[in-house]
Write a protein that binds this ligand. Structure first.
Ligand SMILES: [Zn+2]
Length: 226
């Protein structure tokens, strides 16, 4: 958890997601995960989170109309995410399309694409990468990406929200990697805070305190607080 918290702080959401999945399923190879469509990565992250934090997801989005933040709770189990049963997604679904005479065969984006995009420093580079990856001209890229997302429905889930303050409606893209990376970083911060409090009172090492069951840490924290 702490190691993943460190990675969450310093790396991109996509790289973090790959690390989290590889930590959760040590039998998987990185090349396997990089070949997954994005929806499969999202599904694995939802399953991973279920084992550590349960099914209820909560976040505090900001209303784009009035600027207020509000509480949003949801359960990805109701949105088509399930237990990943097959790590080999098989051949990617494709669809043929024609852009003013240019034929193209569109496929979903895969994890490798996402990591490559995140490494592109400028937006222009990312667009050029994606156009090359999908084998379309850059002017057709946004249409191609739309089709690509349709081929991978789990990567393209939007949460319908309504601001309790001003009633404005807003659709938010469900991005499990970013959500989970932030959640794990918050948990790691809290854990480090506990370690610091216990170390200050008892002068034990970080490794010893981390090796304790959570209940023992809570016991000492209660003692320190009283
Ligand atoms: Zn509002």
């Amino acid at each position: 958890m702490l190691r993943l918290g460190d990675v969450a702080r310093r790396s991109s959401a996509a790289e973090w997601a790959v690390q989290a999945v590889l930590a959760g399923w040590p039998g998987l190879a990185r090349t396997q995960v990089e070949a997954w469509p994005l929806g499969q990565l999202d599904n694995a992250l939802v399953a991973l989170r279920r084992t550590h934090f349960g099914d209820e997801w909560a976040c505090e989005p900001q209303c784009t109309a009035c600027g207020e933040t509000f509480d949003l709770e949801f359960d990805p189990g109701t949105m088509g995410f399930g237990i990943p049963s097959d790590w080999e997604p098989g051949a990617l679904p494709t669809r043929a399309i024609e852009f003013s005479g240019d034929a193209a065969i569109i496929r979903p984006l895969i994890v490798h694409d996402l990591i490559a995009i995140e490494r592109c420093a400028q937006e222009g580079d990312a667009a050029a990468y994606l156009a090359a990856a999908l084998e379309v001209a850059e002017e057709n890229l946004s249409a191609a990406l739309e089709l690509s997302a349709e081929l991978d429905p789990l990567s393209n889930i939007w949460l319908a929200t309504q601001c309790p303050e001003c009633s404005a409606e807003q659709a938010l893209l469900f991005d499990p990697a970013r959500f989970l990376a932030e959640e794990v970083a918050r948990h790691a911060d809290r854990l480090l805070g506990e370690v610091a409090d216990i170390a200050q009172a008892y002068h034990w090492s970080e490794a010893d305190i981390l090796a304790m069951p959570a209940a023992r840490r809570r016991f000492y924290l209660t003692r320190i607080a009283s």
